[in-house]
Write a protein that binds this ligand. Structure first.
Ligand code: SF4
Length: 236
């Protein structure tokens, strides 16, 4: 087992290295791509959540064997590092082991990762996904932390000297995303913006993408437009 791997395709736009800690995710986002990627039954993926077998031991072995150090490791792609309602001690231990070997972490969650802020420093990144605001999020991401609570944690992380980022992907409510860019920019270091893929949507992606880019520039934000959204913006 090699817990650290190099993501491919669209996932590579998020990080060069990644670890997936859990077998599933409780958040039940309707757009979740993970069961498809993992060839798992959707209901089983959302209801059976536990740390992957021996994840911490195997991670330590790999770090030792391959001398992996000074890397930024993304947590996580095919699960959430802070699945709501579950013990996340495994995440804490994964962070500790990665940093023990001189690496940094790039967290992305729709849960509450504040318990581990004491482990993070100015080389680490704490990030949250924002796709929409309430009440839409109550249906789209019914078991995740509320968007306002995610942003509160993000601001707290920023106050503690941790780098902060937001993944606006998939965008479900363009107005909510643009508002967030505008009003939360003062505690965000970087944003990544991506469209909703593989699900129907009436959003004018070209228009949204251009507005999002203009707003990021206006707010002086470091931003990245994901390839599939950029392709829509580049259409004549
Ligand atoms: S937080 Fe991520 S992994 Fe969890 S259900 Fe939502 S999209 Fe899937």
């Amino acid at each position: 087992m090699k817990p650290i791997y190099k993501p491919k395709g669209a996932a590579a736009e998020y990080g060069d290295y990644a670890v997936n800690i859990y077998t599933g995710c409780t958040h039940r986002c309707y757009y979740c791509f993970a069961p498809g990627v993992l060839h798992r039954d959707r209901e089983a993926f959302h209801s059976c959540v536990e740390p992957r077998k021996d994840i911490v031991t195997e991670l330590r072995r790999q770090l030792e064997r391959e001398k992996i150090t000074r890397k930024l490791v993304h947590l996580c792609f095919t699960c959430d590092p802070y699945p709501t309602g579950h013990d996340t001690t495994a995440t804490r231990e994964v962070i500790q082991v990665l940093k023990e070997y001189g690496n940094h972490v790039q967290i992305l969650t729709k849960g509450d990762g504040s318990r581990d802020f004491d482990l993070l420093d100015g080389g680490d990144w704490y990030g949250v996904t924002i796709s929409c605001d309430r009440p839409m999020s109550d249906k789209a991401e019914p078991c995740a932390a509320r968007p306002a609570d995610r942003l509160y944690n993000l601001e707290t992380a920023k106050c503690k000297g941790i780098n902060t980022w937001v993944s606006f992907e998939p965008v479900l409510d363009p107005a909510a995303v643009l508002n967030c860019v505008k009003y939360c920019a003062y505690f965000i270091d970087k944003v990544k913006i991506g469209k909703l893929n593989y699900h129907p949507s009436e959003i004018n992606w070209a228009k949204f993408g251009r507005e999002a880019e203009a707003t990021c520039r206006e707010m002086g934000l470091d931003y990245y437009i994901k390839d599939s959204l950029r392709a829509e913006m580049d259409k004549p």
